[in-house]
Design a protein around this ligand. Sequence first.
Ligand SMILES: Nc1ncnc2c1ncn2[C@@H]1O[C@H](COP(=O)(O)OP(=O)(O)OP(=O)(O)O)[C@@H](O)[C@H]1O
Length: 282
Amino acid sequence: MPEADLIKAPIERPADTVIEEGKTVGVPFSDDPKFQLRNVEVFYGETRAIKNISLDIARNEVIAFIGPSGCGKSTFLRCLNRMNDSIENCRIKGSLLLDGQDIYDPKRDVVELRARVGMVFQKPNPFPKSIYDNVAYGPRIHGLANRKSDLDDIVENSLRKAGLWNEVKDRLDAMATGMSGGQQQRLCIARAIAVSPEVVLMDEPCSALDPIATARIEELIAELSESYTIVIVTHSMQQAARVSNRTAYFHLGHLVEVNDTSKVFTMPEHELTESYITGRFG
Ligand SMILES: Nc1ncnc2c1ncn2[C@@H]1O[C@H](COP(=O)(O)OP(=O)(O)OP(=O)(O)O)[C@@H](O)[C@H]1O
């Protein structure tokens, strides 16, 4: 069927909007998974915030997590590099594999895991150090450079990949906290990629930025997607549509639908997804 007809085709709705636990419509699995997540549940004390979610995240894809506030997007994202470990009453159940290895294996080195699965947060959070030292921090603690010249190369390459080199190359010793918000966020991306991660998790990376800085980060996501697997939580459906290959729609701790991004925004399979993307709630 031509694409134009597909877009006009009627949406097949389930009989009602009851969410069947553990049932995700669309294409939640992949032939080339980076992450294999099965029957994942997350509890804060007695409260179950993530309800029996199974999902693959494919190698080198950009997947966007969308859904109403409080539906569990950030909680699920933080499972991928054990950022929930520091939350005292948080418990994780299920199987979470990265390249076939258990992320929650008690013998796993969490510092090494977080170097492989880096994270960029909502609010840019540079260290109160120079621009150079922010980017050099990770490579130093992971012993990635033996000589100063190697470290210089890592810093330069990371800043280039983050699209920041030309703006800062003459002031690498300046304090990072003196940069604009958009520059700080690109610096945080440079800091994350300086340790050669395989995955970059982004939790609403543009919510504190103006439209121009946001556009710059979105361009950067497109460039980085050639080398990294990227998982982005966003409140902006336009952003999800612009940057991601697949979109996952969360609702009250359930994963309701995962599909190619173009399908989610033109022909969602689940009524709840359709209601959300057409603005009926959110
Ligand atoms: N540290 C915590 N302790 C207790 N409950 C929490 C904690 N963090 C999140 N929750 C609860 O877990 C549920 C999911 O929250 P989460 O922040 O993951 O949702 P979200 O979809 O990312 O929301 P938002 O879009 O508003 O950031 C919510 O009900 C929230 O109140």
